[in-house]
Design a protein around this ligand. Structure first.
Ligand code: SAM
Length: 228
């Protein structure tokens, strides 16, 4: 696996229905990076009954609650979800089966490899929600947001495409603002001083956000737009 994943691959045993969904549906949904990347991502969504108007990537989707919610609201979009934690992937595949969703494809390894596989300007949006925080300074270099990955986001987003980020860890919030703005190819879309404390439309709270709020931390939300 490429060098940007430092978390757990598997925790508790999977439920029978999750095991079954992983065995039967996952092979159909899984993106295989050994195959050449299609010129247009449309070909990844041949199971879907309509041609997606745009493509969205969610990195580190946890149990897939946000991904599945968004995909069910937006049949006109093609979603790619990436999560190396097997229990999270199993949960998401079960929810996709249950919701009979056909506009999601999945990748179960480090998102960096997927970003490198995608063609230029392929995506209209990238969501990175509550990434592993690595709060200790000596671990900051493990954070998913870094100069290399911001450069990757810029390459795969179309002009006007968005990188959306949420976190409850103040040092990571500041770190992200600095890394994204230092790149020079993004603008922060905030209009009011308290914008970054307001979730965007259609937000559903993720599991990590609920934990953060229970523990008294304040979430921050950023939307960065790729400049033309
Ligand atoms: C703190 S959890 C947040 C999960 C979910 N987004 C939420 O808000 O509930 C961070 C997730 O990012 C995943 N992750 C960590 N490094 C990753 C990488 N390099 N590529 C893709 N996912 C990654 C972890 O497995 C974990 O599930």
């Amino acid at each position: 696996m490429a060098g940007n994943f430092f978390g757990r691959r598997k925790a508790k045993p999977l439920k029978g229905s999750q095991e079954e969904a992983l065995r039967t549906l996952y092979p159909e949904l899984k993106i295989d990076l050994a195959a050449p990347c299609p010129e247009s991502l449309e070909t990844l969504f041949s199971r879907h009954d309509r041609k997606p108007e745009a493509f969205v990537l969610e990195i580190g989707f946890g149990g897939g609650e946000h991904l599945v919610h968004r995909a069910s609201l937006h049949p006109e979009l093609g979603f790619v979800g990436c999560e190396p934690f097997v229990n999270g992937m199993a949960k998401a595949v079960s929810a996709i089966a249950e919701g009979k969703l056909t506009n999601i494809r999945l990748f179960g390894e480090d998102a960096t490899a997927l970003l490198d596989w995608l063609p230029d300007a392929a995506l209209s949006r990238i969501d990175l929600l509550y990434p592993d925080p690595w709060p200790k300074k000596r671990h900051w270099k493990r954070r998913f947001v870094n100069a290399g990955n911001v450069k990757r986001f810029h390459r795969v987003l179309r002009p006007g495409g968005e990188f959306r980020f949420a976190s409850d860890i103040e040092s990571y919030v500041n770190w992200t603002l600095r890394h994204v703005l230092d790149h020079g190819g993004f603008e922060w879309t905030a209009l009011h001083p308290d914008d970054w404390h307001q979730p965007w439309d259609e937000w559903i709270s993720t599991r990590y956000e609920q934990k953060a709020v229970r523990e008294g931390r304040t979430p921050a939300y950023f939307i960065f737009r790729r400049k033309a």
